[in-house]
Design a protein around this ligand. Structure first.
Ligand code: 5AD
Ligand code: SF4
Length: 441
């Protein structure tokens, strides 16, 4: 194999970044590149970065720093950084100063330019940095190198207009731009032709899909159209902003048979005082009523959420409100985060930042409460027969398959490898906090 054309891409952060990595790999594959997970044998190393919290940022600095020796030994090696981190001006300046051995830096709006940027490095031997502030219209028709033969992500919109006071995303991903319905449908049809059975629609806030297009088409309409694509058997979507979920969407969730019974509905906090300072655009009562409405129309829906602890000004009483909301709603699972100040966001400058020990204490408490609920809800599924899309063999035991229910729960069960990519019916025999065990019926 030509070592010159072996690339290793490390991806941090959300599904949006994972999807971008597929495009990056698609573009590189057209240039003749092949891919490896072994960073030591690669001649092109790319870090697709996330800046939502500080931790993943620190990891990137650490990992890039470790390549300094490799670059000195092998000047042909190309090291690149892309994604959300370099979209922040101050971060970019710091990167340029600290990481002097990096050859290539580009952002989230100019992925399609990668082949040209690489060409420039190879011909001039100079460092290439190109960041665009705004995306404009989404670039269509880019290739994608997908990992799975039966499930795929489909981006429906880019950017975010919400400016939650803690969040860096609107600054690095720009304003909302919806893809045209005809482009999304064309992609879904071509994925179905390739054998893809499950699609997950991606956007920072899919519920406001279409508003910028002014075509009279909203997210609920888009779901109806996608529901008719032959070959696609399951449709998922993420992320939903509670303030933008329409009654029409809830009805479609109940009506469209391919749309899975799972809603990821980030709540962030249970206290009105905190929600207001987060600029979330809803209060606790609104959220509780919304969940009631969703459950009324789709009784067996699984609900997941994102919750943050330690937002500036969060008191013990505020945190108690978050715990009581979690107990009241009973989420199937929750992603829990410690608030991390992000430069340039309003929350960073708010008074009463919460001490680290308090944040840690709160997140442990929250996780404990949620884990208990997750286990109880999973236990109630014992004895039920659920449809599972088989995704692969289990990490722990090769005779076990692993897949997902329509409600996005992971199930392990004995079975043969040729079932990978198939929909099977599984009876649940055992419940754990984060997964289920079962047998094929
Ligand atoms: N600190 C901690 N968590 C954050 N999130 C977004 N910004 C921050 C931040 N500054 C969390 C939110 C969001 C999820 C993707 O990441 O909960 O829903
Ligand atoms: Fe960030 Fe809020 Fe937009 Fe989500 S909706 S990306 S939390 S600003």
């Amino acid at each position: 194999m030509d070592r010159q054309l072996l690339a290793c891409i490390r991806t941090f952060g959300c599904q949006m970044n994972e999807r971008d990595t597929e495009t990056i790999q698609g573009l590189l594959a057209q240039e003749g590149y092949r891919f490896t997970t072994d960073i030591e044998e690669a001649q092109l190393i790319l870090f697709n970065t996330c800046c939502v919290r500080e931790n993943p940022e620190r990891k990137v600095y650490g990992q890039v720093e470790m390549l300094r020796g490799a670059k000195a030994d092998n000047p042909e090696l190309i090291i690149g950084i892309c994604g959300c981190m370099p979209q922040q001006k101050e971060e970019l300046t710091e990167m340029l100063e600290r990481l002097t051995h990096v050859d290539l830096i580009f952002g989230t709006h100019n992925i399609h330019r990668l082949p040209e940027l690489l060409h420039r490095i190879k011909t001039t031997g100079e460092r290439v940095v190109e960041i665009l502030d705004e995306s404009g219209e989404p670039v269509e028709g880019l290739p994608a190198h997908r990992e799975s033969d039966f499930k795929a992500w489909v981006t429906v919109m880019h950017g975010c207009n919400n400016f939650c006071s803690y969040c860096i995303v609107p600054y690095v991903r720009g304003r909302e731009h919806s893809r045209l319905p005809k482009e999304i449908l064309r992609e879904a049809k071509s994925l179905a032709d390739e054998g893809i059975k499950e699609i997950t629609l991606l956007g920072q806030n899919v519920n406001s899909y279409g508003q910028d297009l002014r075509l009279g088409m909203d997210f609920a309409d888009l779901l109806s159209e996608l529901n008719q694509v032959p070959g696609i058997e399951r449709i998922r979507f993420t992320t939903s902003h509670p303030k933008d979920i329409s009654d029409k969407l809830i009805l479609q969730l109940a009506r469209l048979e391919k749309v899975c019974e799972h809603l990821h509905l980030p709540v962030q906090a249970g206290s009105d005082h905190v929600l207001k300072r987060m600029n979330r655009g809803y209060n606790r009562e609104y959220y509780l009523q919304l969940v009631d409405k969703v459950r009324y129309h789709v009784p067996d829906i699984s609900l997941t959420t994102d919750i943050m602890v330690g937002f500036p000004g969060e008191t013990d009483a505020d945190f108690a409100d978050t715990l009581s909301l979690v107990e009241e709603i009973r989420y199937d699972s929750a992603f829990t985060f410690i608030y991390s100040p992000r430069k340039g966001t309003p929350a960073t400058k708010m008074p009463d930042q919460v001490p680290e020990e308090v944040k840690k204490e709160r997140i442990y408490q929250l996780i404990e409460v949620q884990n208990k609920i997750s286990l109880e809800l999973n236990q109630r599924l014992c004895g039920e027969e659920l449809e599972v899309l088989v995704e692969g063999t289990s990490k722990h035991d090769a005779h076990f398959l692993s897949g997902k229910t329509r409600t996005a729960k992971t199930v392990a069960f004995p079975g043969s490898q040729d079932l990978v990519g198939q929909l099977v019916s599984v009876r649940i025999t055992e419940a754990k906090t984060w997964s289920l065990v079962g047998e094929i019926v």
